[in-house]
Ligand binder design. Structure first.
Ligand SMILES: N[C@@H](CCC(=O)N[C@@H](CS)C(=O)NCC(=O)O)C(=O)O
Length: 213
């Protein structure tokens, strides 16, 4: 049986790859390891019964390694993929595994913020500055010369950050964070990323209801 992965369809476009960073993380991992897979697009606003049967929690991504056993949660899924397909190894050493881990939550808080003095921009800048320092010392990727799991988790989140903050706030990552800029460029230009990214308009449509809430 084929490797299968259920991922989010674009909002309002059930036949187009959508904007879930956790889904893209799994697709990136499969692409980097050159594992062939079948992708099933899930309209999360109208989840099919067969999907809720394999994953009652109803979240994407869900992965089946070919044995018919469905596994949820991108953290668990990428570990299972690593064990089943160890080449090329994508394991991030534990001391680097949480680099950048607060970027997504601080980005979301800033994106939703309607008060420019609430410190949310500064909180994001602090996390980006920490990433800058790490990359300056250890880059170009978080674990050095080769891409690893932590980069594949962060890349889709940085994509959402750049697309959504530019669109909704006209905000860009500061120019002086040169290592972060080079990192983002390197990640976004990987073939695996090009093949698995959602279109910008779908990323924007995905965030719009949250920004305007
Ligand atoms: N911790 C989960 C998060 C997955 C998640 O939040 N997926 C969202 C889409 S990005 C989802 O399925 N939302 C639909 C819903 O909750 O009904 C993971 O890493 O896989």
């Amino acid at each position: 049986m084929a490797v299968e992965v259920c991922v989010k369809a674009a909002v309002g476009h059930p036949d187009t790859l959508g904007d879930c960073p956790f889904s893209q993380r799994v697709l990136l991992t499969l692409q980097e390891k050159k594992v062939p897979y079948e992708m099933k697009l899930i309209d999360v606003s109208n989840k099919p019964d067969w999907f809720l049967k394999i994953n009652p929690e109803g979240k994407v991504p869900v992965f089946n390694g070919g044995d018919g056993k469905w596994i949820a949660d991108s953290d668990v899924i990428v570990q299972v993929i690593e064990e089943k397909y160890p080449t090329p190894p994508l394991v991030t050493p534990p001391e680097y595994a949480s680099v950048g881990s607060k970027i997504f939550s601080t980005f979301v808080t800033f994106l939703k913020s309607k008060d420019s003095n609430d410190g949310s921009e500064q909180a994001l800048l602090t996390e980006l500055q920490a990433l800058e320092e790490h990359l300056k010392a250890h880059g170009p990727y978080i674990n050095g010369q080769n891409v690893s799991a932590v980069d594949l988790s962060l890349a889709p989140k940085l994509y959402h950050l750049t697309v959504a903050l530019d669109h909704f706030k006209g905000w860009k990552i500061p120019e002086n964070l040169t290592n972060v800029h080079a990192y983002v460029k390197a990640l976004f230009s990987r073939e695996s990323f090009e093949k698995t990214k959602a279109a910008k308009e779908h990323v924007i449509a995905g965030w719009a209801p949250k920004v305007n809430a």
